[in-house]
Design a protein around this ligand. Structure first.
Ligand SMILES: *[C@@H]1O[C@H](CO)[C@@H](O)[C@H](O)[C@H]1NC(C)=O
Ligand SMILES: *[C@@H]1O[C@H](CO)[C@@H](O)[C@H](O)[C@H]1NC(C)=O
Ligand SMILES: *[C@@H]1O[C@H](CO)[C@@H](O)[C@H](O)[C@H]1NC(C)=O
Ligand SMILES: *[C@@H]1O[C@H](CO)[C@@H](O)[C@H](O)[C@H]1NC(C)=O
Ligand SMILES: *[C@@H]1O[C@H](CO)[C@@H](O)[C@H](O)[C@H]1NC(C)=O
Length: 754
């Protein structure tokens, strides 16, 4: 309907202007419907009103195409957005008609389930791993409230649900779902009595009993004319001999898919006997014996050759799968560990089975060192395993090790951006789940070297939190290295936000203090100083935290320790000196004496930053100067002399995010030393990196400022010369790029991205 199309377009436009679109990669743009559904599910409240019971209801009657209704529900469930309130939109079953309902891993109550889902005439219901408040009896009872639904339901997935906490007889048996063709009860506390009930279903063709507590499978004979698919992964309580088991299975003549895999590596030889029994299961096309011992390539080959229609054999964690015949390349798919094809097939098929996921990841890891090309296809499979088993340590360990190898150095650049950002979120989640596990943290830290662009703020905070609770030296070095990389890559707002977290500044200062006390100058100290330098850049709050936590005294001490780190220390002190309210803290005789000594350092990198501090302080004029006026004029004179002697440095000494802190200095016509420093700094970066800094200077209105300095009658001739030289650079840049000479209206609010 036109109403619906209008609504879809509005949604789409919203999505296009949101940041998400820019992050997507060319090679994997999400489908349009997917984008729209994401937008709707994440902003559901904007489209809805609340009912008195708190549940949501679409404000306008939006008629969804039926398939989209299914997709919306599934999306809300997988993104963790489905709860008692949001599921309310589906109560309108005439507008949002559900057929194939997926509420996997959702958190909803029995009552909300009944009100929102049971009025629909469902064909399928996938309730795998929903929260414990919704039990199997609740679901059966809910379905019983709608006679049509009870009849129409063909597929029901109840993986991982609770059967019942009470030992009361089941009032709504499975056998009331007369249309049911497929039922999954994997990981359910399900017993023999239930199996008898299930096996009386008149249409049942597919049954999954993995990891249930059934002891005897004889009731299956009731399904012997119909059962096409039987999954018996890891039947932990089975009390049947191999002969009895094969006696039952052998009578299921129409069976096409049989899974008797087991990751507990029981010694039972059921797989060997099955493979060796002539004529058994003639219709079979798919057999899974992963994890079973005593399976040989020869036996599998003989079995498959008798059944030319076979399309799949599961051989992970067996001793088989190594011959060419089982490579997994052709029509016969194979899970196993012999090569990449088999391992990837295992990750795909077994993504819900933690033991097999771990096993497959383990084998994948040993393959990753020969991978020289980016492999997003494989990374996606690793992601799937991580997502499905967030709380399984062994899976997270193996997966994070694989992620590291798959994204290292240049490899990350070849991956879709969206995938990398999902990976980063999962790594962060792993760190949150296992906050004290050294190896998890180590793997995640390693990954962050390459993923730091996506991790951003959250990642930096988590790494810092880790740092606060652990003293291990190697990890400490890695953590501060990551922080320093992040701090240099974030936008000005983000760095300011990060630095404003008091505990971060405290912790970094703590590390500097430790190193200063020990008199050690190492990589950890250097990374820490870099991080602090970048975090204080254009962030007055961070600068204040620094001062309030005795950073100044500490830094003066560090200055005395070692000359190789003077540049970083002075760079940070420059940032402090840019904050006018903190000048009073810096106007201390001892401090200024120290800085003026460094002003005469033979190294221009040191002298430059010392000069910067003095320029900011002396720019304040006599009235704000609390020390002797003689000192001030002497410092100004020294400043002028020193700057005039600086040679042109060979490389870029410093990176600036904007020129804003320099403009007030250019206006100080009474103190040419101060103007000289600002102009020299501008001239320096503009000559080293014209593309970046000339355009930044034009954007921020520098041209007008410099013209004023150049023509002003009071300007000292040395300053004039520098201003002229910068103006020439700007002219050349404009001739090359055609950039306008005036401040762009957006410049005032623009974030200067690095
Ligand atoms: C339900 O989920 C939505 C979306 O995540 C959230 O805004 C809301 O607070 C949740 N409501 C309840 C009752 O949990
Ligand atoms: C097996 O099922 C039980 C419930 O009966 C569950 O607690 C357990 O986590 C399941 N095991 C696996 C590996 O999923
Ligand atoms: C898998 O192994 C078979 C031999 O067993 C080989 O022919 C095939 O090329 C391998 N595939 C890959 C992707 O390595
Ligand atoms: C992957 O990890 C292994 C084991 O640490 C290592 O030997 C190998 O070089 C790594 N591969 C890559 C591509 O770095
Ligand atoms: C960030 O730190 C690095 C040194 O580690 C320095 O070169 C750079 O100029 C700093 N950038 C800013 C904007 O503070």
């Amino acid at each position: 309907s036109s109403h619906y199309i209008h609504w879809l377009l509005v949604t789409l436009v919203n999505e296009l202007v949101s940041e998400r679109c820019y992050k997507t990669d060319e090679t994997s743009p999400p489908a349009l419907t997917d984008l729209c559904l994401t937008h709707v599910s994440q902003n559901l409240e904007c489209f809805c009103v609340k009912r008195p019971d708190g549940s949501l209801c679409f404000r306008e009657a939006v008629l969804f195409p039926q398939e989209l209704a299914d997709q919306l529900l599934a999306k809300m469930a997988t993104e963790g957005l489905l709860n008692d309130s949001t599921v309310g939109v589906f109560r309108h079953c005439e507008y949002l008609r559900l057929r194939r309902a997926c509420i996997r891993t959702a958190r909803i109550s029995a009552e909300a389930f009944q009100k929102a889902l049971c009025p629909h005439r469902l064909l399928e219901l996938d309730a795998a791993r929903v929260n414990a408040d919704l039990t199997i009896p609740d679901i059966l009872q809910g379905l019983a409230t709608n006679k049509y639904c009870q009849e129409s339901l063909q597929r029901l997935v109840l993986t991982g649900l609770t059967m019942s906490s009470l030992e009361e007889p089941i009032r709504y048996p499975f056998s009331s779902l007369q249309g049911l063709r497929s039922l999954s009860l994997a990981n359910v506390d399900f017993y023999d009595s239930g199996l008898v009930d299930v096996c009386s279903l008149p249409r049942l063709e597919s049954l999954d009993l993995s990891n249930t507590s059934v002891t005897n499978l004889s009731p299956l004979l009731g399904l012997k004319e119909r059962l096409r698919s039987l999954t018996l992964h890891q039947l932990k309580r089975l009390e049947m001999s191999t002969a009895q088991l094969l006696g039952v299975i052998g009578q299921l003549d129409v069976l096409q898919h049989l899974d008797i895999s087991d990751d507990k590596q029981f010694t039972s030889d059921v797989a060997r006997q099955l493979l060796g029994q002539p004529g058994i299961l003639p219709a079979l096309v798919s057999l899974d014996v992963s994890g079973r011992k005593q399976v040989t390539d020869a036996a599998v080959k003989a079995f498959v050759e008798k059944r030319p229609g076979m399309t799949f054999v599961g051989l992970l964690a067996t001793d088989a799968g190594f011959s060419d015949f089982l490579s997994g390349e052709g029509n016969l798919k194979v899970t196993g560990e012999a090569n990449e094809t088999q391992i990837c097939e295992a990750l795909r098929r077994y993504s819900e089975r933690e033991g097999f996921v771990r096993e497959a990841l383990f084998h994948l890891f040993s393959l990753t060192h020969v991978m020289e090309k980016p492999r997003p296809d494989i990374l996606k499979l690793v992601v799937l395993g991580m997502k499905n088993h967030p709380a399984t340590l062994n899976v997270q360990l193996a997966a994070s090790a694989c992620v590291f190898n798959l994204t290292k150095q240049d490899l990350a650049a070849g991956m879709p951006v969206r995938l990398l950002s999902i990976v980063t979120q999962l790594l962060l989640e792993a760190m949150r789940t296992f906050p004290n596990h050294q190896q998890v943290a180590r793997n995640v830290f390693f990954c962050f070297f390459f993923l730091s662009l996506f991790a951003r703020f959250e990642a930096a905070k988590l790494v810092m939190q880790w740092l606060c609770n652990h003293e291990d030296q190697n990890m400490q070095r890695m953590a501060v290295a990551i922080i320093s990389i992040l701090a240099a890559k974030l936008s000005t707002e983000q760095t300011a936000q990060l630095g404003a977290e008091l505990f971060i500044v405290k912790q970094l200062l703590h590390i500097v203090h430790q190193k200063a006390t020990q008199g050690v100058v190492d990589a950890t100290l250097k990374f820490t100083l870099s991080a602090l330098w970048n975090l204080t850049d254009e962030s007055p709050t961070t600068c204040r935290h620094f001062i309030e936590n005795q950073g100044l005294d500490l830094f003066i001490k560090v200055l005395e320790v070692e000359s190789s780190i003077q540049q970083k220390v002075l760079g940070l002190l420059n940032n402090i000196a840019e904050v006018r309210e903190l000048h009073v803290e810096l106007m201390v005789q001892g401090f200024l004496d120290h800085i003026s000594t460094l002003l005469h350092s033979p190294e221009v990198e040191v002298s430059y930053f010392a000069a910067g501090i003095l320029a900011h302080l002396t720019s304040r004029g006599e009235e704000a100067w609390t020390l002797s006026p003689k000192l001030r004029s002497s410092l100004l004179e020294q400043l002028h002399d020193v700057i005039m002697k600086w040679p042109a440095p060979e490389c870029e000494m410093v990176a600036y995010r904007s020129f804003n802190p320099f403009f007030p200095l250019l206006e100080c016509f009474h103190t040419p030393g101060v103007q000289l420093w600002a102009a020299w700094a501008m001239q320096h970066v503009c000559s080293k990196n014209a593309a970046r800094y000339c355009s930044m200077l034009l954007e921020e209105g520098g041209l007008q400022q410099l013209e004023l300095v150049h023509t002003h009658p009071q300007t000292h001739k040395d300053v004039k010369l520098l201003a002229k030289s910068i103006l020439e650079s700007l002219q050349r840049h404009r001739a090359r790029t055609g950039q306008p000479a005036h401040k762009s209206p957006a410049a005032a609010t623009k974030t200067s991205q690095r």
